[in-house]
Design a protein around this ligand. Structure first.
Ligand code: DLL
Length: 432
């Protein structure tokens, strides 16, 4: 059995360049002819579809932002008539209107191929049972992985999220080999397995495919120990397709982007100028193989870098780093930029439990950050003095690594919320 799902994953860079060029030309023409929003935008920028001759011309094109989808809510950016749509999804979003995305039959094929690539890259095969605990519904996680599992020829187990004890029972009884869910939910599943008196090593589970929210390398160790598996990252966003836009291979040092369908760029979030390989900036995608919603230079707000370095797995597709956060999730505490993922890194490096919450306030015009961290059962039985010493140690590490001081509060085991979908780790009271 091949360790690649499709030949394009190992195609030459020249082949990819030609394919991307051909697809970009076609996409821009379609956007201009079928989407009034893009016709207006290109006219205003003084660009005609004929000006785009190859993928190298992409930087001539204007950007698209989430507000554009909201302004054209719900179906205003679709390039195809309603009859050609076979599915819609929507992103939850914490503020404002939902963003609605649509797919033709071909779009579903493209997307399923991307998730089938992700599953294969993580080592799943058609003889595996794939337990999918991402939510099914308007969220793209559940159905995205589901179609990929079926396309691969594996057996999809569409459990969706919730009722964690039942999830564990199914993992055991059905003998699931691959678990797909958010990393925070995976932690909760691990905890529940032990609470139910089982040993994760006795389950046939080998692979975890975790995404939809940022997670650190330290969290990977935590998850691999907790569930006795190998954990792989998967990235995606509904506006571009859903999960599978990028995925980790056996090397697990970056995610291959399905750039034959989703062309990535990194730009400086302030100047919008393209940044070279290795530099962190805002990730931007252009859909070059999609019919219903072919977004041009969509600004994801995710902060990442890309690299064209040769990957030992043999795939030639460009790799993106784990996103270190979103430009809109970045906290500015007394002028210092702090990403929740850095806080997570400090906590896990010091061997603390992976359940934490960050609370930001403004008291007397001064920003304050409190990090609540759950203690393990053993730590909870320590003396007050020992617990206070640990708080001091974490506080000092936060100061050194983040460059800003934080109040640390160690709380009783199992008192912080658990999450079934995306974790909400930050409570920013300054916005209220
Ligand atoms: O979260 C799609 C998805 C489902 C991806 C299942 C992976 C697995 P949205 O709800 O539109 O779509 O949210 C997209 O989630 O812009 C990132 O900020 C974040 N995100 C997704 N995957 C990752 C990841 C789905 N692996 C937004 N690491 C994106 C970090 C991620 N952040």
């Amino acid at each position: 059995m091949s360790k690649y799902y499709s030949a394009t994953e190992v195609a030459t860079r020249e082949y990819l360049h030609d394919l991307q060029s051909e697809r970009l030309v076609k996409t821009v023409r379609s956007c201009y002819e079928h989407i009034p929003f893009y016709k207006k935008k290109l006219d205003e920028a003084g660009i005609k579809p004929e000006d785009i001759k190859s993928i190298d011309d992409i930087t001539k094109l204007p950007f698209t932002i989430k507000q554009d989808l909201r302004d054209n809510y719900p179906f205003g950016l679709f390039a195809v008539p309603k009859e050609k749509l076979v599915r819609v999804h929507a992103s939850s979003g914490t503020t404002g209107k939902q963003t609605v995305v649509g797919y033709t039959k071909n779009d579903i094929d493209v997307w399923s191929e991307s998730t089938a690539r992700a599953l294969t890259a993580a080592g799943a095969t058609r003889s595996d049972y794939i337990h999918i605990s991402y939510g099914y519904g308007l969220f793209t996680g559940g159905l995205g992985l589901h179609y990929g599992a079926e396309k691969l020829g594996a057996t999809a187990i569409p459990v969706s999220s919730g009722n964690t004890q039942r999830q564990v029972q199914i993992l055991k009884d059905f003998g699931s080999n691959v678990l797909c869910c958010t990393p925070s939910y995976a932690l909760h599943i691990g905890e529940t397995i032990r609470q139910m008196g089982m040993d994760p090593k006795e389950l046939p589970l080998r692979i975890g495919i975790f995404g939809a929210e940022p997670w650190s390398e330290k969290m990977r160790e935590e998850l691999e120990n907790s569930l006795a598996i190998k954990a792989y990252d998967i990235y995606g966003l509904s506006e571009i397709a859903g999960p599978g836009v990028a995925y980790e291979c056996c090397e697990r040092n970056g995610m291959h982007v399905s750039e034959d369908y989703f062309y990535p760029e990194i730009v400086d979030p302030d100047t919008l100028e393209p940044l070279p390989d290795g530099e962190y900036g805002e990730l931007v995608f252009t859909c070059i193989g999609k019919e219903a919603l072919p977004l041009i230079r969509y600004r994801t707000r995710d902060i990442a870098s890309i690299s064209h370095e040769k990957c030992a797995c043999g795939r030639t597709l460009v790799k993106m780093s784990k996103p270190k956060g979103r430009s809109d999730d970045m906290l500015i505490i007394r002028g210092v930029n702090v990403f929740p993922s850095q806080v997570e890194h400090v906590i896990l490096t010091l061997g603390m439990e992976p359940n934490y919450q960050i609370i930001v306030d403004r008291i007397n015009n001064l920003d304050t950050m409190t990090v609540k961290i759950e203690m393990s059962d053993t730590m909870f039985s320590d003396s007050v003095k020992k617990i206070e010493d640990s708080e001091k140690k974490i506080k000092a590490a936060m100061q050194t690594i983040l460059g800003v001081s934080a109040n640390i509060s160690l709380v009783e085991p199992k008192t912080l919320p658990r999450f079934e979908g995306k974790a909400q780790r930050v409570i920013d009271n300054r916005k209220i």
